[in-house]
Ligand binder design. Structure first.
Ligand code: GLN
Length: 517
């Protein structure tokens, strides 16, 4: 048996091959809470956990493209500092030595933060997002920044300026989006958890497509200070993890009031982990008819229904609920999100951050420089959204589109209020289909937008929602069960999620690629 020291040296330098294999396989089965327990007990060092994560990234990411930037030196230095802290007998945080990956939409001090856009190429923020600072304070180790759709606009990662991420379950398919790299890195067990952001489904849909747990908190539960803004009335940061408890642990660390974010709620943070494993007997589950029709893949439908039946066996009461305005969610979202994006993205003009165009006409005057920079820096989908957003806000169209969409948003929120008078959580599919092929929807923006048909309503209503793996379809691709709850009732949602996870046939399934390294 190699000692911990040997293992560390192995991963950095000249290892005997079998030690590396052993080291790498160990990571595959470890959850966030398990790693923390081992690091705190001194059974493994934070440095060795980090080395394992870096070794898996090195072995697998050539094919997956989950990372835009691997922070090797910074991560190792951070890990060593944690080990020294332990050696001095100081108490360690709730994420001691856990290797975590961060979506590139979040600002990380001294590390590139580009939101996968050329316009922010080379940008290194002078500060950490609040969530990142909280992770560091909890002794997590940031191993890198993950790939995504440019400015979080997309459902497949194909809008990244740096090439798409590939789904570890089938490299010809998308891991979903926009938090593609954060989902794929967890799915391939390069890390046991990561952070994503979810505006209309960007945590839940990729979690469903990669067989990981992905949680979007209540609007305002988690600070967005340092999140590169897409649509500010919708954006939330949340965790991905290999299991429900891992997601609960990370949520507990990042949740809570932040004076730097005026929308963050000053409400007490529950003990989310304590909710995992709690009895769900007597809890009422609503199943909305509107989510089981239309373009829903029949195999996804039966997998999700099977999960709901299993929860009934656990003592939950299952009943039908109506969310009649669901069919307006996609249209409402794309008016509001684009309107907000057109305003948020106005700041990228070549003056303060990243790219500045200098060629051709760009030198003529300030306006020409703005235009040339934005033309060169933004990808096609981002431009489409800025144009649509500017259109719906413009004089003469504002009432017909923007104002109308705000009114429909209220109706969607009221649907949920009514349903939650009768039930405690609402269950549905997270995505209408399993992972689709890369290239399959790139020519059809509407087909791509429909990937979010089941995640958008909770976003518009500001409610918490989670995707938990359920039985895969026959081809082996993962399926996600979405559980939505009342505002600030993440604990109820987590109790149901962990009750299902304990019985889920997907519980111990790993993508073939994960076992290869
Ligand atoms: N896929 C949706 C969009 O393209 C949602 C993205 C997100 O949640 N960031 O806008």
């Amino acid at each position: 048996m190699p000692s911990e020291r040997d293992v560390m040296r192995d991963a950095t330098g000249t290892p005997p091959a079998e030690n590396v294999v052993e080291t790498l396989t160990q990571t595959v089965t470890q959850t966030v809470p398990q790693t923390v327990t081992q690091v705190q007990a001194g059974e493994v060092t934070a440095e060795s956990v980090t080395q394992r994560s870096l070794a898996r990234i090195a072995a697998l990411d050539g094919e997956v493209n989950a990372f835009l930037h691997v922070a090797r030196d910074q991560a190792l230095a951070q890990a060593r500092a944690i080990d020294q802290k332990r050696a001095r007998g100081e108490p360690l945080g709730k994420l001691s030595g856990v290797a975590i990956a961060i979506k590139d939409a979040l600002c990380t001090r001294g590390l590139p933060s580009t939101a996968a856009s050329k316009i922010l190429a080379g940008y290194e923020p002078p500060y950490d997002a609040t969530v990142v600072a909280r992770l560091r304070a909890a002794d997590a180790v940031i191993v890198g920044k993950t790939n995504m759709d440019e400015f979080a606009m997309g459902s497949s990662s194909e809008n990244s300026a740096f090439g798409p991420t590939h789904n570890p379950w089938d490299l010809t398919r998308t891991p979903g989006g926009s938090s593609a790299g954060s989902a794929a890195a967890v799915s391939a067990r390069m890390v046991s958890c990561s952070l994503g952001s979810d505006t209309g489904g960007s945590i839940r849909q990729p979690a469903a497509l990669t067989g990981t747990v992905g949680l979007k908190p209540t609007y305002g539960r988690v600070s967005r200070y340092g999140l590169i803004a897409f649509a500010s009335s919708l954006d939330q940061v949340g965790p991905f993890a290999t299991d429900v408890r891992g997601a609960a642990r990370v949520l507990g660390v990042i949740a809570g009031h932040d004076p730097n974010d005026a929308t963050s709620l000053d409400a007490p943070v529950d003990d989310y982990e304590a909710a995992c494993g709690r009895s769900v007997r007597g809890l009422r589950i609503g199943v909305p008819d509107e989510y089981f029709s239309g373009g829903l893949d029949p195999e996804v439908a039966s997998s999700v229904r099977h999960a709901i039946d299993a929860l009934r066996d656990e003592g939950c009461v299952v009943k039908a609920v109506q969310l009649p305005h669901t069919r307006f969610a996609v249209a409402t979202y794309y008016v509001l999100a684009n309107a907000e994006a057109s305003s948020n993205l106005a700041r990228f003009d070549g003056v303060r951050y990243g790219l500045r165009a200098r060629e051709g006409n760009a030198g003529r005057d300030l306006r020409a420089m703005y235009g040339a920079t934005r033309d060169a820096g933004f990808g096609a989908e981002v431009k489409r959204r800025i144009l649509l957003g500017t259109f719906v806000l413009s004089a003469g169209h504002y009432d017909a589109y923007y104002l109308k969409a705000q009114q429909v948003r209220t109706l969607i929120r009221r649907d949920f209020e009514r349903a939650f008078e009768e039930v405690d959580v609402i269950c549905s599919p997270a995505s209408p289909t399993p992972a689709f092929r890369l290239g399959e929807k790139t020519d059809d923006p509407l087909a791509m937008y429909l990937s979010d048909v089941y995640t958008l309503p909770a976003s518009l209503a500001g409610l918490p929602a989670i995707s938990v793996p359920c039985e895969p379809v026959h081809s082996g691709l993962p399926v996600g069960l979405q559980i939505m709850a009342r505002a600030l009732e993440e604990s109820t949602m987590l109790a149901v999620a962990s009750a299902w996870e304990a019985r889920s046939p997907a519980r111990d399934l790993l993508p073939p690629l994960a076992g290869r390294a």
